[in-house]
Design a protein around this ligand. Structure first.
Ligand code: GBH
Length: 475
């Protein structure tokens, strides 16, 4: 899997954009300042600190609520074309529900950030929802309650009204599979509901409906004047068949449909992948459920959701091997999918994230899979990154970035994939959810022990800066 020398001659197309990403709860801190109310992350990490391995939380994080000007300066010096950040719902609408009041201080924070970015020639790209549901909505069922769509659409429209004159790139949801499968079918993400085989499907259904409605409202009310674009960011591994067998190839393909396809299939084709519908229907019946655990879209919902994207956001970090297998507890999405995953021990593992291995060719294969499955839609890589130790000399991250970007170059030049740009996760070390501050994803080191949360660029920051400038990978 070494790439040939001529790959280093490829350059990124002139309209290919480079960015860096972050999310509100992971960097902002100031959790109770200027009128912000609790999200499900504040609430749960305060209630039970032991959810997080180092018992840390996002109360202060990188303190970007106060240090945002320094962040913008770092993005500017990096030479990035855009900055992908998320907005905290409970900072903008402390009462969370539709028709409640906007918090002017929260609005001012994002106005300042957006205006400064634009002054420095950096395009703002906003994630509307990066996992930090207001706790008051969770008390009403959160994403399990279908009425959440009205509240989400109200929040999204509030953002279009407030910032849409300047923000032209919107991502409705970051990784619905993590919001729902991890948050409602397991206890790997807030709100830790753990309703396996049921919660993830209901939540995802409501997320997809919320996305579709938001897209149509923007299209009708804002797009004619604001002329922006909307996408959704889905996370996906590449599944490489473990054995060179028909069964493992079929299983790996199915795993992609059950993960990436769960969300992208509806956006492109209007409904869940047929194999998901069939299998979950059949398995639910055998398990004695009165109807499928996978909710059904009505015809008009299908029409609304089909085509509700201007680009597909792709968060890709790593590859696993897929094997045909069904030995999972029931009911569960794992049993429904029927694919076991493993890793090749030869693949370099990230020193602070055991799930993350450096397998650059997986990204190319995934881009080709999307091209073939979905008719070569425009894809924006909205996240890709590596977690190192706290060192400044992060040669492992440099190896990862170079490898994955060479893979993107091959997908563009050799496979004809429609890739709009690349976003590195992350600008700064930040609160890595249940991994706390132990996993360092930043191009820039943050000293979390200092009250100043001192930022220091790592070696990889210089390498990414050079890539953006030269628009190629330096052999
Ligand atoms: C992204 O998700 C998130 O969007 C971002 O907020 C986060 O900081 C970044 O990843 C880095 O993790 O520990 O075995 O339960 C990427 C998809 C899926 C990757 C869940 C980590 C946890 C595996 N993530 N996975 S495990």
């Amino acid at each position: 899997s070494q790439v040939s020398a001529e790959v280093y001659n490829y350059s990124f197309p002139t309209n290919f954009a480079f960015g860096v990403a972050s999310s509100a709860y992971q960097i902002e801190g100031a959790y109770n300042e200027d009128g912000r109310t609790d999200s499900i992350w504040d609430y749960n990490l305060h209630e039970k600190p032991s959810w997080v391995i180092d018992e840390s939380n996002g109360d202060v994080a990188c303190d970007s609520y106060h240090k945002w000007e320094e962040d913008v300066q770092l993005i500017k010096e990096l030479g990035a074309n855009f900055y992908r950040f998320s907005i905290s719902w409970s900072r903008i609408l402390p009462s969370a529900y539709k028709d409640t009041e906007v918090n002017e201080k929260g609005v001012a924070y994002y106005n300042n950030l957006i205006n400064k970015l634009l002054d420095e020639g950096i395009t703002p790209m906003v994630t509307i929802y990066h996992w930090d549901l207001p706790q008051s909505l969770q008390e009403n069922g959160g994403w399990m309650n279908a009425t959440i769509a009205d509240n989400f659409v109200f929040y999204a429209k509030t953002l279009f009204q407030l910032f849409g004159d300047r923000v032209k790139h919107w991502i409705t949801f970051n990784e619905p599979i993590e919001i729902c499968e991890a948050g409602y079918s397991s206890d790997r993400k807030a709100p830790f509901l753990n309703a396996a085989g049921v919660g993830g499907y209901i939540c995802s259904h409501n997320v997809l409906l919320s996305h579709g409605k938001t897209y149509r409202e923007y299209e009708k009310l804002f797009k004619p004047t604001q002329r922006g674009q909307i996408g959704l960011s889905a996370a996906s591994y590449w599944y490489e068949p473990k054995e060179n067998s028909g069964l493992d190839a079929e299983a790996s393909h199915r795993a992609l449909l059950f993960s990436l396809g769960w969300y992208i299939h509806p956006l492109v084709k209007g409904n869940y992948p047929p194999i998901m519908i069939e299998r979950i229907d059949e398995i639910s019946k055998k398990e004695g459920f009165a109807e499928s655990r996978l909710p059904k879209f009505t015809d008009s919902e299908i029409e609304m959701i089909r085509g509700s994207f201007d680009f597909i956001g792709l968060n890709h970090y790593t590859t696993v091997q897929g094997t045909f297998g069904t030995d999972f507890p029931e009911p569960s999405a794992y049993f429904d999918c029927g694919v076991k995953s493993s890793v090749d021990p030869e693949w370099e593992v990230a020193p602070t994230s055991s799930w993350l291995r450096n397998v650059p060719w997986g990204l190319r294969k995934l881009l080709v899979w999307i091209k073939n499955e979905y008719g070569n839609p425009p894809v924006l890589i909205t996240e890709n990154g590596w977690s190192s130790t706290a060192t400044l000399d992060d040669t492992d991250r440099i190896r990862y970035i170079n490898g994955y970007l060479l893979s993107v170059l091959q997908a563009i030049h050799e496979d004809g994939c429609n890739v709009l740009g690349y976003t590195h996760w992350s600008l700064l070390d930040n609160l890595e959810w249940l991994a706390g501050y132990s996993a360092r994803f930043g191009l820039v080191d943050v000293d979390f022990n200092s009250s100043n949360k001192t930022r220091t660029p790592r070696k990889s920051y210089g390498v990414y800066q050079e890539i953006i400038k030269s628009r190629r990978i330096n052999p």
